[in-house]
Design a protein around this ligand. Structure first.
Ligand SMILES: C[S@@+](CC[C@H](N)C(=O)[O-])C[C@H]1O[C@@H](n2cnc3c(N)ncnc32)[C@H](O)[C@@H]1O
Length: 453
């Protein structure tokens, strides 16, 4: 089938699979004590061997980037910093009460919002307090998201001294027309300055976030953006598909749908970027991600310890991920929970000394098996199920659905497995949907998702 037709066939609402089941399809919420027990159980089992991961959501931004799909709070009042940090530390203290020994931190990530909205002193206070109650695994990885317009050399020095060796820079697109319409004007010089400082200070892995499918984006613009990016040679690149969800993010109504590249144009933007990155020496990692062969993400793929969770792809997995802060998601491997999304609700719950989650999901045995297959596909483009084949009906339905993709030349089925082909990579979310029993049983929730391509 011509690519154009494949595009209209498969460009439907679908998840990005940073978890399975994905958030709109969580149906079995844990009670407070159930969640606490799941955390205690996984902590006892895994802390001494693999350690735990921590994600801290820092939601504040000084201005709204209109494409943004993340949980943010726009303000120029920096007095909010201290109050927010105190709440996060209070939440962390609630988790510490559940642990019988010092947590060993394997991964710590500051996401946003804009973590560099916070002053270096306040970030230092936050990280210092967390580390004072924990130890670090020898191979730990600390990372943070940085905005090129407000990250100072002081931020970098402070975070480096606290053990951060990875930085993720929000670039998105260098085209001034695109930057204007998405309200994120940041000259190339700011990104270059931040990259140069990071290298000089000693950061060992620099990631750039780019997005294709933004309003007013053109093929010529993407070519220029990738040319500029490759002069700075970041170790990793996340090349995200723009998720258009104006029914959840009204900021995306600041431009119109007519400003967005049409279906095939969007696929062309992706193909153009992907081919250019390959020529510049980048290896494709799972969905949307690229890395130089010297980067740990590439090694993780080759050595088969690549993992995907709410923070995206990472090179080490821990079974316990504690998400702190507003809207953060935690994963105990046996259950998920999500924190309150409004800052005020989050403060209120933490002040009441309760873990501030408002929804979640306890995984069934079937969820666990399907999660394994979806993770395999998202990380390696391959999965097999011989032993589980007879255990439940879902896989039979999955196999039938995979045949349809096979007819379109997107994958090759084996007796008890599936291999995604190069042509299938742009449709990887659709292929995972064949394993998604929770979504199949609740089709109506699909309308809340972004398009798969
Ligand atoms: C949580 S944001 C933080 C970025 C950081 N605050 C900054 O501004 O530099 C992480 C990344 O998600 C991506 N992102 C945000 N909204 C998106 C959307 N609607 N579609 C696709 N990717 C998006 C962007 O590439 C962004 O850099």
């Amino acid at each position: 089938m011509p690519v154009k037709n494949l595009f209209s066939k498969y460009n439907i609402p679908g998840p990005r699979y940073t978890s399975y089941p994905t958030v709109p399809f969580w149906t079995e919420p844990p009670s407070k004590s159930e969640w606490e027990n799941e955390v205690k159980f996984t902590f006892q089992k895994t802390n001494s061997k693999e350690g735990i991961s921590i994600y801290i959501h820092l939601p504040f931004c000084e201005s709204l980037c209109t494409y943004c799909g993340c949980n943010t709070r726009i303000t120029v009042n920096h007095a909010v910093e201290k109050m927010y940090i105190n709440a996060v530390l209070k939440e962390w203290a609630l988790y510490l009460e559940l642990f019988e020994e010092k947590p060993r931190i394997k991964e710590l990530h500051l996401g946003g919002g804009t973590p560099t909205f916070f002053s270096p002193e306040n970030l230092q206070m936050l990280i210092h307090s967390i580390l004072s109650s924990a130890t670090r695994c020898p191979e730990s990885e600390f990372s943070f998201e940085a905005h090129p317009n407000n990250t100072t050399e002081e931020h970098l020095k402070t975070l480096y001294a606290l053990g951060f060796k990875r930085i993720s820079i929000g670039v998105q697109d260098f085209d001034p027309v695109v930057q204007e319409i998405v309200n994120r004007v940041q000259p190339f010089e700011h990104v270059k300055r931040l990259t140069d400082w990071s290298r000089k200070i000693g950061f060992t892995s620099i990631n750039f976030d780019l997005i294709y499918g933004l309003p007013k984006q053109t093929k010529a613009g993407i070519i220029t953006t990738i040319e500029k990016v490759s002069t700075l040679l970041p170790d990793r690149i996340a090349f995200y598909s723009y998720a258009h969800i104006p029914w959840i993010k009204p900021g995306q109504r600041k431009f119109t749908e007519a400003d967005l590249p049409a279906n095939e144009e969007k696929l062309e933007l992706y193909e153009t970027g992907r081919q250019m990155l390959a020529l510049k020496g980048y290896e494709e990692i799972g969905m949307d991600h690229f890395a130089l062969p010297t980067d740990s993400l590439y090694h993780a793929k080759i050595e088969k310890h690549l993992h995907r969770n709410f923070m995206g792809y990472n090179s080490h997995s821990t079974r316990l991920l504690i998400g702190l802060g507003v809207s953060s998601i935690s994963d105990s491997w046996t259950a998920f929970i999500q924190n309150e999304k409004k800052v005020e609700d989050y403060y209120k719950r933490v002040d009441e000394n309760t873990l501030p989650f408002f929804k979640g999901h306890l995984l069934s045995k079937e969820d666990t098996i399907l999660r394994k297959h979806i993770l395999n596909i998202m990380c390696y483009g391959y999965t097999s199920w011989e032993q589980e084949h007879e255990q439940f009906e879902t896989l039979e339905r999955t196999v039938q659905e995979l045949k349809e993709f096979e007819k379109d030349g997107l994958l090759r089925t084996e007796k008890y497995g599936v291999q995604i082909l190069q042509n299938g990579l742009p449709f990887i979310r659709n292929i995972c949907m064949a394993f998604d029993a929770r979504m199949r049983n609740n089709e109506s929730n699909k309308v809340r998702l972004s398009q798969t391509i």
